[in-house]
Design a protein around this ligand. Structure first.
Ligand code: PNS
Length: 162
């Protein structure tokens, strides 16, 4: 194995969920180094700022020593090029994710033919979990403690915007 191999797990992570952390820990076992690259998704309106999402992700992954948190703007392929990586990690929860992920993986490969996307499946208990559902439960005052890392739970509970 190439010991300098860097895998990049990109996403909006608004907010990070236990499903994201599950994928990150699985990737950290496979790859020597994992960078969680947080960005703005043009198709989504975000609840938390980029800085807040970076901070929550840092707090939630501090025990994983080969995991680093970063943020980027612009195209993912350009970010990968800048840091010298060609491996993208994405989580695949269910068939419903497939079309979007397939399209994104092939578009990234169209933009740069060297890019490989690796899909990891989360633990079964997280296959239904999404950031948008966590936000909705939080807004409607439901119990979401088991769905997110502690740091995210505190941040969502204290969020004046919801
Ligand atoms: O967690 P998300 O919101 O599903 O992640 C999507 C994300 C951020 C990985 C994707 O929108 C992305 O890569 N954005 C960066 C801009 C880009 O490269 N767009 C072309 C992707 S085909």
């Amino acid at each position: 194995m190439n010991n300098n191999l860097i895998a990049v797990y990109p996403g909006s992570f608004d907010p990070p969920t236990n499903g994201h952390i599950d994928i990150i820990s699985r990737a950290s076992v496979i790859f020597p180094k994992v960078i969680v690259a947080i960005t703005h998704n043009q198709n989504k309106e975000h609840l938390f700022s980029l800085e807040e999402r970076v901070e929550m992700m840092e707090q939630s992954t501090s025990s994983l020593k080969n995991v680093q948190i970063d943020s980027f703007s612009g195209l993912l392929v350009d970010y990968l090029d800048n840091i010298g990586s060609f491996v993208v990690v994405r989580g695949l929860r269910a068939l419903s994710d497939f079309e979007y992920e397939f399209q994104m993986a092939l578009m990234n490969r169209t933009l740069n033919r060297k890019i490989e996307t690796v899909f990891l499946m989360p633990a079964q208990e997280y296959t239904f979990l999404s950031s948008s559902m966590v936000r909705e439960i939080a807004v409607l005052n439901g119990d979401f403690k088991k769905l997110v890392p502690d740091a995210v739970y505190k941040k969502l509970k204290n969020n004046k915007r919801i």
